[in-house]
Design a protein around this ligand. Structure first.
Ligand SMILES: NC(=O)c1ccc[n+]([C@@H]2O[C@H](COP(=O)([O-])OP(=O)(O)OC[C@H]3O[C@@H](n4cnc5c(N)ncnc54)[C@H](O)[C@@H]3O)[C@@H](O)[C@H]2O)c1
Length: 385
């Protein structure tokens, strides 16, 4: 065992440190009982202070099947998020696990009824929706956290620590993104790839992770302008899809790129691919006046650090490199995401992944789409909330 993994054994995590009061139970519901709801329920079932009281899905029988699969005897089932909220006046919190185009509506409805929300990523599809969500959150005073579990990865926290330590000096240029040679998600149907359910493709599904990795590290500066591009050469071609019907249903991007100017004189060069003829569209690099950080990409981009990171800097007048080894997180990232949300609800504390930050992530996704459609650079305008 290497030194770092021996030391990792002694690391305490947020999850282990929390004193959970099992007598103060939270009543929780899940809206949308598809693929990702499984990950939510696995984590909720580990929490001693959670009672799953309600489940909702638009597809008749789907919430009941989920209830049976996970032995949730006490849970009541409904045919929409709104119906669940209407019939569960005592519910404390919901996980919104619906497809992207159904993120905003049930989230706003829940917040308007005083219910705390853990909303899956991406925050939503458009900037207008993100603004409406933020307004509902602000009016409600409830906790809204966005489901970016990579935030809880020790390697992601290390990237932020490196930037905040000043080791890189002033940051002026960032390249980020990721890709999959073939990785268009069609796990149980077309909800990721149809325009009326997914809304946005690679951009929202995995692009939001790349943006969060670097924007969180540098303190989420406001995006000012963007030049965007998007295409769909793979998703619409039956040659690259599981069947002809899926290629016909494909209505989103499978590749997108953007050149973004951020407040503070930083530029961000971004590209993301669900499918391409390439191994990787590049590592993430953060360039600063005192040093630069290279974060290796992964083969199948899902928001994780692909290997040991390298800091390039000068030491006593000599150009040198420092390797930052991969760190082990010591707890499941989904468990940490769920627990941190529950803790915030119980304590009335700020959301672990706040929408005040993620709205900038959404503004970039939205800006890339609008710029790509217009064919020129645009200014990003985020209304006061
Ligand atoms: N954090 C992660 O690692 C991760 C991984 C996969 C998916 N996701 C996100 O989770 C979301 C859902 O993905 P999925 O793969 O579970 O999709 P899915 O299509 O398998 O499931 C979504 C379900 O929501 C239901 N639904 C839609 N609108 C509803 C409403 N208003 N009320 C009740 N039910 C409604 C649909 O009928 C469907 O069963 C997506 O936004 C996706 O980006 C996150």
């Amino acid at each position: 065992m290497s030194n770092s993994s021996i030391l990792d054994e002694f690391k305490t995590t947020h999850f282990a440190e929390e004193k959970i009061d099992p007598n103060r139970k939270l009543k929780v519901g899940i809206i949308g009982t598809g693929w990702i709801a499984d990950a939510h329920i696995v984590s909720y079932k580990k929490q001693p202070d959670v009672e799953i009281v309600a489940l909702a899905d638009l597809i008749p029988g789907k919430a009941d099947a989920f209830k049976a699969k996970w032995n949730l005897e006490g849970a009541r089932t409904y045919l929409s998020g709104d119906e669940l909220i209407d019939h569960e006046p005592d519910i404390d919190a919901v996980s919104v696990c619906t497809y992207n185009c159904q993120h905003a509506e049930p989230t706003i409805y829940a917040l308007n009824h005083g219910v705390n929300v853990l909303l899956e990523k991406p925050m939503c599809v458009t900037l207008d929706e993100a603004v409406a969500i933020r307004r509902a959150e602000k009016a409600s005073g409830k906790v809204l956290s966005i489901g970016f579990q990579p935030r809880f990865d020790e390697n992601m926290k290390m990237i932020k620590r490196i930037v905040e330590s000043g080791t890189l000096g002033k940051i002026y240029y960032i390249q980020t993104g990721g890709g999959r040679r073939r990785g268009i998600p069609t796990p149980f149907g077309t909800s990721f790839i149809a325009k009326d359910t997914g809304g946005i493709g690679a951009l929202g599904d995995i692009g939001c992770y790349s943006l969060d990795m670097v924007l969180n590290a540098i303190g989420y500066p406001k995006p000012l302008t963007v030049t965007g591009y998007k295409s769909a050469f793979f998703g619409t071609n039956p040659k690259y899809m599981p069947c002809k019907e899926y290629a016909e249903a494909f209505g989103v991007d499978d590749f997108a790129a953007g050149f973004v100017r951020l407040e503070g004189g930083i530029v961000l060069d971004f590209r993301i691919a669900w499918a391409m003829h390439l191994d990787t569209p590049g590592d993430t690099i953060i360039m600063g006046t005192e040093g630069s950080l290279r974060i290796p990409s992964t083969d199948c981009w899902n928001g994780s650090v692909g290997g040991a990171m390298t800091i390039y800097h000068d030491l006593c007048g000599t150009q040198t490199q420092t390797t930052v080894p991969i760190l082990r997180t010591g707890a499941d990232l989904f468990d940490l995401k769920i627990r941190s949300f529950l803790d915030a609800v119980k304590k009335g504390a700020p959301a672990p992944v706040p929408s005040s930050q993620i709205i900038y992530n959404q503004a970039i996704l939205d800006g890339i789409c609008r710029s790509a459609e217009l064919g020129h650079e645009i200014e990003i305008e985020i209304p006061e909330i």
